[in-house]
Write a protein that binds this ligand. Structure first.
Ligand code: ZN
Length: 499
């Protein structure tokens, strides 16, 4: 792009937006990692100010005029057209939401967060209900402002996953429900109990960190362009492609949460570090969707990290970091990574039941925004769905309807991205396996570079050039499908439970 062209001006304007977003991300990361408790009020104020500045930049006349000139100059199907499409996704939403509503959402979400924490501790949904009702009302107003007369839930889905619709997702979730529930039932009926002792015991926290870092580095995470710190809930955030912050947490009696947490976040981190330099700071330079982001974390966590091949390479390293695990073998550890057990908490769920937890949330959110359910009836509906899909009943709301932070933050239409990512991970891995010679052999040898390079070319370097659905189709030769995931889960369950 030459100086003075509308595309060059767009990149210049977008870089400012991106810089403000980077400052927001860094402050949010700090809040979860190092900020003293006393910093909270000041931090909330700083973040609100930055959000206001970003909103001002997104809604500026200069940017909208620039986008018009870009749209006129763009060739159909070309890069500039894609830059405009991506920029408008953000700008259109920002322009249509009145500043007053936007402030009300920000304010309500910080109040709702506090109310949710209190309600969860007291296991009292009633404490949370009034502010949740207000949040839902505001999100409805926001959706109507963005797309008057449109499907409210679609607008919410689109925020996190551009192009996602209720109409496309509903049949996918019913299919997952129909095909996963019998697997869960068959596992229960098998009477097989996995011996989890190889994964349990005492695991020194410093050794867990060292082991996690070694694995993260081995799969390709660049610590000169990233960090790993501790936090209450693991996450990964890209301040920029050369400054990626991951967090982890550990459990002393079980090495799995820390290891798979670090591998998961490293998958997110590899995506951020692999975004192309040439689009850095431009609308196309960012990750395309949360679903695709999650596909990268899940792929390294599940398809790589929970495989036999991976453990053939990792076991000697595991035993080096954790003396006293000499009797553990690939054959004894592998089943402990594929235990299927209905449980109450989504974030602790296994590969099979996880998507049922997500299906329940999708079902409930649809009902809320279709006006089919009152907020006061949510706990009852929640518990009935857990009974129906997982055969368990939450003893109270803290481990039921109050367990997730998302609704307090106003993040409706978010959960499905976890499932899309899980399905896409399986499909991407299958495609890589077809295209690379002896992927299993290279993983077993600790050579992760061929797989990483395949992902770099197929996903990371494409950044936001294509919509998520098209990206998957280009990378794998087929539209996103649950089949690769279901086939893989079927193989694992058969190997562990014989069903
Ligand atoms: Zn994730």
């Amino acid at each position: 792009m030459r100086e003075g062209e509308p595309g060059a001006e767009l990149v210049e304007l977008w870089r400012e937006i991106r810089d403000v977003a980077a400052a927001e991300a860094l402050l949010a990361w700090d809040q979860e990692t190092y900020m003293p408790k006393g910093g909270l009020a000041g931090r909330a104020s700083s973040l609100a100010t930055l959000a206001g500045i970003k909103h001002g930049l997104l809604t500026s006349v200069r940017l909208s005029e620039c986008l018009e000139r870009c749209a006129e100059a763009a060739e159909p199907g070309g890069e500039l057209e894609a830059q405009v499409r991506r920029a408008r996704h953000h700008v259109d939403r920002a322009v249509r939401v009145p500043a007053e509503l936007s402030r009300a959402l920000a304010e309500t979400s910080s109040l709702a967060l506090a109310a949710w924490q209190e309600a969860r501790e007291a296991a009292s949904f009633e404490t949370f209900r009034p502010i949740l009702e207000r949040m839902i009302d505001l999100k409805r107003q926001e959706a109507v402002a963005i797309s008057p007369g449109g499907n409210v839930y679609d607008v919410l889905l689109d925020e996190h996953d551009p192009g996602a619709t209720e109409e496309d997702l509903a049949p996918l979730f019913s299919e997952l429900r129909e095909r996963l529930a019998p697997i869960v039932a068959a596992v229960e009926a098998s009477g097989v109990t996995v011996d989890e002792s190889p994964a349990l015991g005492h695991f020194d926290v410093a050794a867990q960190e060292a082991f996690g870092r070694e694995i993260s580095r081995a799969i390709g995470f660049d610590f000169s362009s990233g960090r790993l710190d501790t936090s209450a809930h693991p996450f990964c955030t890209g301040i920029g492609r050369t400054d990626v912050r991951m967090t982890w947490r550990s459990q002393e009696d079980d090495f799995r949460p820390a290891l798979y947490g670090i591998v998961h976040e490293s998958g997110h981190g590899l995506y951020e570090q692999g975004l192309p330099e040439e689009w850095n700071g431009s609308p196309l330079g960012e990750a395309v969707s949360l679903g695709i982001h999650e596909s990268q974390s899940r792929l390294w966590e599940n398809q790589v990290g929970r495989s036999h091949a991976f453990w053939r390479w990792a076991l000697p390293r595991f035993q080096e970091h954790f003396p006293g695990t000499g009797t553990v073998s690939v054959e004894t550890i592998w089943p402990t990574l594929h235990v299927v057990r209905p449980s109450l908490i989504r974030v602790e769920a296994d590969e099979v039941t996880y998507n049922l937890h997500v299906a329940i949330r999708f079902e409930i959110e649809r009902a809320i925004f279709a006006g089919e359910i009152e907020v006061g009836d949510l706990p009852e509906r929640w518990n009935a769905l857990y009974e129906e899909l997982l055969g368990i009943h939450p003893p109270d709301d803290s481990v039921g309807v109050l367990q997730d932070i998302h609704w307090a933050l106003g993040a409706f239409g978010y959960f499905h991205t976890y499932t899309l990512g899980t399905l896409a991970a399986a499909q991407l891995f299958d495609a890589a396996d077809r295209e690379l010679s002896d992927l299993e052999g290279s993983i077993a040898a600790g050579d992760f570079a061929p797989l990483l390079e395949w992902l770099r070319a197929a996903i990371h370097r494409q950044a936001s050039r294509y919509e998520a659905a098209e990206l998957i189709e280009r990378a794998t030769g087929a539209p996103l499908s649950p089949e690769p995931f279901l086939a893989q889960v079927g193989r694992d369950v058969d190997a562990v439970y014989g069903v």
